[in-house]
Design a protein around this ligand. Sequence first.
Ligand code: PLP
Length: 397
Amino acid sequence: MKPLEERIATQVNNLPRSGIRDFFELVLGRDDVISLGVGEPDFSAPWHIREAAIYSLEKGHTSYTSNLGLLSLREEIAEYVDQKFEVSYDSKTEILITVGVSEALDLACRALLNPGDEVIYHEPCYVSYSPSIAMSFGVAVPVETKVEDEFVLKAEDVAAKITDRTRLLLLNFPTNPTGAVEPLDELKKIAQLAVDHDLIVISDEIYSELLYGEDSGMKIGHHTSIASLPGMKERTILLHGFSKAFAMTGFRLGYSCAPQVLTEAMMKIHQYSMLCAPIMSQNAALEALKNGASEVEKMRKAYARRRNLMLKRFKEMGVPCFAPGGAFYVFPDIRKFGLSSKEFALRLLEEESVAVVPGDAFGAAGQGCVRACYATGYDQLEIALDRIEAFVRRLQS
Ligand code: PLP
């Protein structure tokens, strides 16, 4: 019999292991560690949202839904997206409920890429972008963003990567892992490039409720979706979900908003692979959108306070740290210590029992930084920061 390793499909064999996973195997079973590693809210989903999931079960609502998802939820999403993103979608034909943004991203790539098609995206970025492209037989074309530029994605750098094989632009603002928010003037230039070169844009806006400043000419709490810019709705797949702002990671619920033809293509794959998203999660999401705004704001305020603590303490330690406009990560620059991101993170874990993620887990452009997630209780953060301070003092002495 041929060895089982040789039965694995080439594109799967070629996938690298996630740098986050590698790192977190080291943390498993160590209860002394304060983890600033996983990008997940420390809050449980608000109680009224959990209750909606419980009621769904109690009422015996345990069936499949329409492949697109519950119409009542799609209607609520259409209203939410209209108000928040200033783009209107037809709830019957342009919205697809998915198993997290993760599934929506996979569907968008699989629906749109032919082998060899190129996808431009910015790095450092969420770990699943390049694997999702590769699994769809596409070619990942990263554009480096730099700490010196506050991780702004420059339209001129995007333009330089466009070829006649470019099909998609994949954007994520606010960005995981940097927390960067794209300035409006640059976002407009990128939109113009998409129009000029007839590109489809996948815009992952999963952190769009978690904004902290007036950076980039945006009003506090106001997020500009590229889909809302002139000429963009017809070429954008807007991805959003409930994991981050509503603290609903385990519900596994997301959605895409896109022109009918694209939604239909994504739905075709979804109906054969997933069939539909779980009905209990859909009912919980309906409640989240109807009555969850004040809880989201409470959590955002808690994150804002923690973000300020992180920035203050890194500044006091003399560790340069870009002030992120959104999400719940800081991405301090550790180059001055002469260690690679991985060495820094490993030693911090070994010597002070604090877990952060090496920046290059998010692409080569993240080398020289580490990602610290502040979706952790304030008191725990203070202890973690004391330990980080002790560590960097030792490195400096
Ligand atoms: N997109 C980004 C940028 C993320 O950071 C994450 C999770 O960390 C996801 C998508 C996945 O989200 P979901 O839980 O909705 O699948």
